[in-house]
Design a protein around this ligand. Structure first.
Ligand code: ARG
Length: 390
């Protein structure tokens, strides 16, 4: 017949992806003698059920490869140390929130941050949407839109904050209100909870030289924990797989607190520094950004919370390139993300070229479930600098 069976095409594609992942993984794990049996078992599983399930060892290595393949991440030298928590068996909201709580506690580790990922069950073949965490990051500040259009808090969180309010959540209305955590598993309505944050999680930002700085009452949280990306391993889509690393200072000092579309603090701080903000050549933005970045690193260090700086991180990235090349692997990277948002050319990555080809396993953007009609995800094509992971 002419009709090519669509599900058969899908199955063949999945089989191809599974094979290609397993071949690489077993070679890297030095277990090639087990490969033939594993390949035929997976082939059978796919022809019987239409899907396959990685072992915990495969899942662990797959998640580490996904980090290694994240073109926009400067911190990839440490990909092998990723702690992978297999939470695929959990279905009950209480268990899921417990797992998220445990992730936060393990990863924060009293300030000595450890990189970790918790992997919940994959999206099944028949589901339009898999399990989802609705927050962009598990820990983030709310954004309260005012009548005049201005925002108190983080403008990046306005829509999620409005959604929380529509679900009956109340907030103080301060610039640094913590958002609750929300999940949605297929076939159930969203569940919202407020997880407990370790005491040292919120870092008050002060400056090593300017005492008045702390009176601005700026703070940031210690744990960047991305929770809305999809992890793909061997054709299987893990739509709820929150992961964390530790911050690089410029993410906070240059971008989150400095961007005009975020906290936009440069003008206010520049005034306090006594800089002339009426013309660009006073370099008020540059000088203020520098002092704000000094304050962020100083405060995290003082609080005993892991943070890297862009110079060390860039050197480590070059080291990652070298160790990968020695292993016979070519690295890929998105230069526009790898190059830090201040003093770019003073770091070695500025002077290097990278290919930005996306390979799997990897992390992908997915539709924002709460605003799906407004924001179609560019799957496999994550090109919004503001939106995620640096
Ligand atoms: N850039 C994001 C933020 O500032 C966090 C992305 C992940 N960053 C990381 N260091 N692992 O919140």
């Amino acid at each position: 017949m002419f009709n090519v069976d669509a599900s058969e095409v899908k199955q063949n594609l999945l089989l191809e992806k599974a094979h290609s992942f397993l071949k690489t993984a077993y070679r890297e794990l030095e277990k090639t003698e087990l490969l033939p049996d594993r390949l035929s078992a997976v082939e059978q599983e796919i022809s019987l059920s239409g899907t396959w399930s990685p072992t915990t060892e495969e899942l662990t290595h797959g998640a580490r490869m996904a980090w290694r393949n994240s073109n926009r991440c400067i911190g990839r030298l440490y990909w092998k140390t990723l702690k992978v928590i297999d939470a695929r068996q959990l279905e009950e909201p209480e268990e899921i929130f417990n797992a998220l709580q445990q992730h936060i506690d393990f990863a924060f580790n009293d300030g000595q941050i450890r990189s970790a990922i918790t992997i919940f069950r994959a999206k099944s073949r028949t589901e339009p949407d898999g399990p989802r965490i609705l927050n962009h990051q598990l820990i983030r500040f709310a954004g309260h839109q005012q009548g005049d259009g201005s925002v108190i808090g983080d403008p990046a969180s306005v829509e999620f904050t409005q959604w929380c309010k529509s679900k009956g959540i109340t907030f103080e209305g301060s610039p640094f209100d913590l958002l609750p955590q929300a999940i949605q598993w297929p076939g159930s309505s969203p569940e919202i909870r407020q997880l407990q944050l370790p005491e040292k999680m919120l870092v008050n930002i002060e400056h090593p030289d300017y005492l008045w700085f702390s009176s601005m009452q700026i703070k940031w949280y210690g744990l960047p924990l991305i929770s809305d990306m999809m992890l793909e391993i061997g054709g299987i889509e893990f739509t709820a797989a929150p992961f964390n690393g530790w911050y690089m200072g410029t993410e906070i000092g240059s971008r989150n607190l400095g961007d005009t579309s975020r906290y936009n603090l440069l003008p206010t701080i520049a005034e306090k520094l006594g800089l002339d903000t009426t013309y660009h050549r006073s370099f008020w933005k540059d000088r203020t950004m520098l002092e704000l970045n000094r304050a962020v690193l100083f405060s995290f260090d003082k609080a005993g919370v892991t943070i890297s700086n862009h110079h060390d991180a860039a050197e480590q990235f070059v080291h990652f390139e070298e160790t990968e090349n020695k292993k016979g692997r070519e690295i890929r990277a998105d230069w526009t993300w790898i190059t830090p948002p201040m003093s770019g050319s003073a770091t070695p990555v500025f002077h290097r070229n990278y290919t930005n080809e996306v390979i799997t396993p990897n992390f992908f953007y997915q539709d924002d479930l709460l605003h799906a009609s407004k924001m179609p995800a560019a799957k496999g094509c994550p090109f919004h600098r503001n939106s995620i992971v640096s």
